[in-house]
Design a protein around this ligand. Structure first.
Ligand SMILES: [Cu+2]
Length: 542
């Protein structure tokens, strides 16, 4: 697993190997032909992946109103536990005006219904699977006991699926490569997931995490939000109520029949995982959805708003800016990261966000003239994918919200000297079961292999090294970013994270304490196509 890493030679080796395999161009990776390695990396290709083109007419930007996902009502709140029920089912939804799109949904909606919870108050969600394929639910960012964390082989089988005893996984190498996971806990039709939520308040999200098929399942609509709150955060005076907006950003593409386009090798998601070759590095859509609506617009007061932004895209990266009609860039005042409030606000003019990352941001619209617009754009997009959404300032308003100079004082303060070990983990392309794969430490995911074993309470430093973009996510724990390219972290690395964006050729150090629960967890790349094609590993806490 250990791999000595010298910045220059490491990068050169990556590209050489890729060229030797002859897959660089096909993968839409750094286009190295004719460029020196350093020039190719310096171009910092804004994305890793290839874009699908929709085959239906697309609506103009900023016409469709921004939907706000409905908040799910508990079926019971007795015994100190909030109980919810969610049915996973097919539904046909109008995403593009006048176009009917079949989806896989939680409760018939995309995004699924939002769960609102309080820190330390357990939530149990009974998920019923009425879809045609097995599913697994993972609460991303949750500090969850292993049995409810949605390990990829802990399947919930639908009606009529072959019996649990016969569940094997075809593996990304195709039907010839079969994996069996003796530790999998498989249920039929439904499963109760229990979330203690003994953790810092933040925006979490739940999504499908099925072995080999996470990317197509999330693409088809299996994603929803889960907010954790507590009294301390409520008392800060941040913008609240209708001035707090969840924004789930996700790109998709649409086929001629109105359905979502996805380049799956097996469109039924039943047997053969993986995508067609041009999309091996990631699937990008040409339509930008926010809360399930294309390039929406939202009417607002001339006041401060709290925007809780999630990048729920499979592979697309964004660098967000808020631009007024007269070309002014509004400050994006970051108050929180993946795992809750920062110690103090950090002001950005643009904010990079990789798949699965969240930012909690306050934007002050009070200086924007009534009747004008603020566009949220993606600096990494081009053409139609440059626009994300818009706010239209509809009216003057009073505003008694504030952004305290001190937001929290409970962030972990792990030091490098606290670490009992340092691990080097590479995230790179390579060969897997005779085909193309994405590897951690040179190996594709195998549920039966031990990758990282650590003791409950241990502090570790991980040095993560990438070839192309890899947003790396750890289950169970939050971490802090210690360094990038042996330099101090960037401003947007502040706070407690659960996903860190490795950029091409980059090494990033993180530090964390593995506490909370013992058991079998995961860490993986959150480019969903990479994840399905091998880029996951076991994290065993003993
Ligand atoms: Cu990746």
């Amino acid at each position: 697993m250990r791999e000595p890493y010298d910045d220059r030679s490491g990068r050169a080796r990556t590209v050489t190997r890729r060229q030797a395999l002859g897959i660089g161009g096909a993968l839409g990776l750094v286009a190295a032909g004719g460029l020196s390695v350093s020039a190719a990396l310096a171009r910092r290709t804004p994305f890793t992946g290839a874009e699908l083109r929709s085959a239906v007419p697309l609506p103009p930007a900023f016409q469709v109103p921004l939907p706000l996902p409905s908040v799910l009502a508990p079926v019971s709140t007795s015994g100190g536990v909030d109980r919810y029920e969610i049915t996973q089912r097919e539904a046909t939804v109008e995403i593009l005006p006048g176009v009917r799109t079949p989806l896989w949904t939680y409760e018939g909606a995309f995004p699924g219904p939002t769960i609102e919870s309080r820190r330390g108050r357990p939530v149990t969600v009974t998920h019923r699977n009425d879809l045609p394929v097995p599913t697994v639910v993972h609460l991303h960012g949750g500090r969850t006991p292993a049995e409810s964390d949605g390990y990829p082989t802990d399947l919930v089988l639908p009606e009529g699926w072959p019996d649990a005893a016969h569940v094997t996984h075809p593996g990304p190498g195709g039907p010839g490569h079969v994996m069996h996971d003796p530790r999998a806990v498989v249920t039929k039709l439904s499963r109760d997931y229990t979330f203690p939520l003994d953790q810092r308040p933040t925006l979490l999200w739940y999504h499908d995490h099925r072995m080999d098929f996470t990317a197509p399942a999330v693409w088809r609509g299996l994603a929803g939000l889960h907010v954790v709150r507590d009294d301390a955060e409520d008392s800060l005076g941040l913008p609240a109520g209708r001035r707090e907006l969840p924004l789930m950003i996700a790109d998709r593409a649409f086929a001629a029949d109105g359905g979502l386009d996805y380049p799956a090798l097996d469109p039924s998601s039943r047997e053969r995982p993986g995508v067609r070759e041009p999309y091996l590095a990631g699937v990008l859509g040409d339509v930008i959805l926010v809360n399930g609506a294309p390039w929406p617009v939202h009417e607002i007061d001339a006041a401060r708003y709290r925007l809780r932004v999630l990048n729920a895209s499979n592979a697309r990266h964004y660098e967000l800016e808020a631009i007024t009609d007269d070309g002014r860039r509004l400050d994006l005042v970051q108050i929180g990261a993946d795992q809750g409030l920062l110690a103090a606000p950090v002001v950005h003019r643009s904010l990079p966000i990789a798949p699965a990352e969240r930012y909690d941001v306050v934007v002050d619209f009070s200086g924007v003239p009534v009747g004008s617009r603020v566009r949220v754009v993606n600096r990494l997009g081009s053409g139609r994918t440059r626009d994300v959404m818009a706010f239209r300032v509809a009216r003057e308003a009073t505003d008694d919200s504030r952004i305290p100079r001190v937001l929290s004082s409970d962030l972990p303060t792990w030091r490098r000297s606290d670490a009992v070990r340092v691990r080097d983990l590479s995230f790179r392309t390579g060969r897997m079961h005779g085909g193309h794969g994405w590897l951690i430490g040179g190996l594709p995911f195998d549920p039966a292999r031990s990758d990282v074993t650590t003791e409950l309470g241990d502090v570790e430093v991980w040095r993560l090294i990438a070839d192309v973009h890899h947003p790396v996510h750890l289950h169970l724990v939050g971490f802090r970013v210690l360094s990038r390219r042996d330099r101090p972290p960037l401003p947007h690395d502040a706070g407690l994270k659960d996903t860190v964006s490795l950029r091409p050729g980059e090494s990033v150090e993180i530090i964390t304490r593995f506490d909370g629960y013992r058991g079998r967890y995961l860490f993986h790349c959150h480019n969903a196509e990479h994840e399905d094609m091998g880029m996951m590993a076991n994290l065993e806490i003993v």
